[in-house]
Design a protein around this ligand. Structure first.
Ligand SMILES: [Ca+2]
Ligand SMILES: [Ca+2]
Ligand SMILES: [Ca+2]
Ligand SMILES: [Ca+2]
Length: 408
């Protein structure tokens, strides 16, 4: 009997399943002809694609997998090695191949950029590289995109300094209300992790009034990198920076002009090619197995279950620490005052996840029938709009007439 994951929120299932779905960062090269959506080359998240707009009039289409409306993309074109790179245009199309979702001919530094564009669904979407006017060559260019959960969380003021920074969610949404306003978001990282920062300057898609400045901050709060290449309503991007040491870093948003209640933005980091999540570990100790690690029908099975948050940044709840069990195998005897139950799961609710939090609970189950299974742990977090489940130790419940021969 295998464990079935029963997510607390069904809509989170896709997000969980896709967490591990990012390809390795090997590069590939375009294959002509790729001049229509039907001919599009497949482009994979975090895998650079080398190409050329050559001869003049060439256009290159790439298909990218849609992950659903809770997901989006950051797409980055580097045309800086081409003399005509200033005229590069990056266009994102809906799955019909013709509806333009976003288009940029501006500059993040090295070419056009589309930041945090929401997927319309699970069908393939398209990106197109072309030259402004279709009358010049771009040789070469490199196109990258990242498939990322969105999970916008609203900022909480005050957040103007590293000391008061909001803990970064997957992405944060906010507004710079005055010319001196600053919003900072802290994230934790490990030495050698690679971090990029992207800002969408018009999350409502109605023409953003503000000209944003995006900053990456070191652990001491000093500015490590600053991006202000686009004008009003244009996205900003800071390319890969390798973290020199473990610790808390931040990104901050301010304005060059156009601050006010409508100066809204959406910003977040890409860490090692993926969206940002904090680190949790789990432990399950089965305290009283029979010799040979099994239980007999009727036995009480005692466990200590532990969740550890390995991070110095607290973040707001609600947050649930969950135990997943096989309801056909086991009954609950003592749920350690769980805050909720549903078939095959129970758990505890927290209003906040504090720095380096560890939670241990002693639970007791009763072996119900001969079967095999495992006691699994996981969490559900609204702040990170995600859920995980980790396989716990497996068990065998025997009828008592024989000792199981296969033991783990
Ligand atoms: Ca081409
Ligand atoms: Ca082409
Ligand atoms: Ca602020
Ligand atoms: Ca700007």
């Amino acid at each position: 009997m295998s464990a079935q994951w029963r997510p607390f929120f069904v809509t989170l299932l896709a997000l969980f399943l896709l967490v591990g779905g990012v390809s390795a960062a090997t590069s590939s090269s375009e294959q002509e002809p790729n001049n229509t959506p039907a001919q599009a080359n497949a482009l994979y998240s975090a895998t650079p694609m080398q190409g050329n707009i050559d001869p003049a009039g060439d256009v290159d289409y790439f298909s990218i997998r849609g992950n659903g409306t809770g997901w989006g993309v950051v797409a980055v074109l580097d045309a800086s090695a081409s003399a005509m790179g200033h005229d590069a245009v990056l266009t994102a199309f809906a799955p019909d191949g013709t509806t333009v979702r976003a288009q940029n001919s501006g500059r993040w530094e090295k070419g056009p950029l589309i930041a945090w564009l929401r997927d319309t669904g699970r069908d393939d979407h398209f990106l197109r590289v072309s030259e402004q006017g279709n009358d010049g060559r771009i040789t070469p260019y490199t196109l990258r995109y990242y498939a990322l959960a969105l999970g916008e969380q609203p900022e909480q003021e005050p957040n103007n300094t590293l000391a008061t920074a909001n803990t970064s969610a997957i992405t944060n949404i906010g507004a710079i209300g005055s010319a001196t306003g600053v919003d900072c978001f802290a994230f934790s990282g490990r030495a050698q992790q690679k971090v990029m920062v992207a800002l969408n300057a018009d999350p409502e898609g109605d023409g953003g009034p503000a000209d944003f400045i995006l900053e990456l901050r070191r652990r001491d709060g000093s500015v490590w990198a600053s991006a202000n290449y686009g004008g009003p309503g244009e996205d900003e991007f800071i390319d890969e920076h390798t973290l020199p040491a473990d610790g808390v870093y931040a990104y901050c948003v301010r304005t060059q002009s156009g601050a006010g209640p409508n100066a809204t933005y959406l910003a977040g980091i890409i860490r090692d090619g993926r969206f940002y999540l904090p680190s949790f570990t789990y432990d399950v100790q089965w305290l009283n197995p029979r010799p040979g690690r099994w239980a007999q029908v009727g036995d009480e099975m005692r466990y200590t279950v532990t969740l550890t948050y390995n991070d110095p940044l607290p973040f707001p709840g609600p947050f649930w620490f969950n135990v997943y069990y096989e309801p056909d195998c086991q009954d609950i005897v003592d749920d350690a005052h769980a805050d909720f139950h549903r078939t095959g799961e129970f758990g505890w609710r927290f209003d906040e996840v504090t720095a380096n939090m560890t939670v241990s609970k002693d639970v007791v189950m009763q072996a119900k029938t001969a079967c095999t299974g495992s006691l699994d742990l996981g969490y559900v977090s609204n702040y990170y709009v995600t859920a995980t489940r980790s396989r716990g130790p497996s068990y065998i419940i025997g009828s008592g007439y024989y000792l199981p021969l296969v033991l783990k």
